[in-house]
Design a protein around this ligand. Structure first.
Ligand SMILES: [Zn+2]
Length: 173
């Protein structure tokens, strides 16, 4: 919508120009006619500039509306995609978003970065390596954050094959 105040101002200048044109038609003396012509030109230029400004503002408003509509479409798509995921607790106070059961479609199982997800973005965590404390380390290529997922197990308890005697002793207690 064009700036109504700008258009009202342009109409005022055109009204004045109309009155000046009438005075110009009635003027007999050349000096008076020249003054009327200059005044008329000034009023026409003012009206023209007001209409141009209103057009620029209208163009900016149309662009802003286009941006808002594109944002709304993107946000609706994100909400729909985000509803396929749920925050999953991997233990030890570590979290990542994972697909809800039944939402796999044609995608392989994957995890999303919690930081990016909560900022409205979808970034698949990439496995880096198993941590020395029994957790798995992932990296988000979008924000660069590394996530250690899982409950940390002290190294002396992390040994697996065969179970360490100390583990059996703790299990028996
Ligand atoms: Zn991230």
């Amino acid at each position: 919508m064009p700036d109504l105040a700008m258009l009202a101002s342009a109409i005022e200048f055109l009204d004045t120009a109309f009155d000046m044109a009438a005075a110009l038609a009635a003027a007999d003396e050349p000096l008076a006619r020249q003054d009327q012509v200059r005044g008329l030109q000034f009023m026409m230029l003012q009206a023209h500039s007001r209409v141009l400004l209103a057009q620029y503002e209208q163009r900016d408003l149309v662009k802003a509306i286009d941006r808002l509509e594109a944002d709304a479409v993107r946000a609706a798509g994100w909400r729909q995609d985000a509803s396929r995921y749920v925050l999953r607790d991997f233990g030890g106070g570590t979290y990542a978003y994972a697909l809800r059961p039944g939402e796999e479609r044609d995608e392989p199982p994957h995890l999303l970065c919690a930081r990016c997800f909560q900022a409205g973005g979808k970034s698949i965590l990439q496995f880096v390596l198993p941590g020395r404390d029994g957790r798995r380390i992932f990296e988000c290529h979008a924000c660069g954050k590394q996530s250690c997922l899982g409950r940390a197990v002290p190294e002396r308890f992390a040994a697996t094959d065969p179970p360490e005697p100390v583990v059996r002793r703790f299990a028996a207690e």
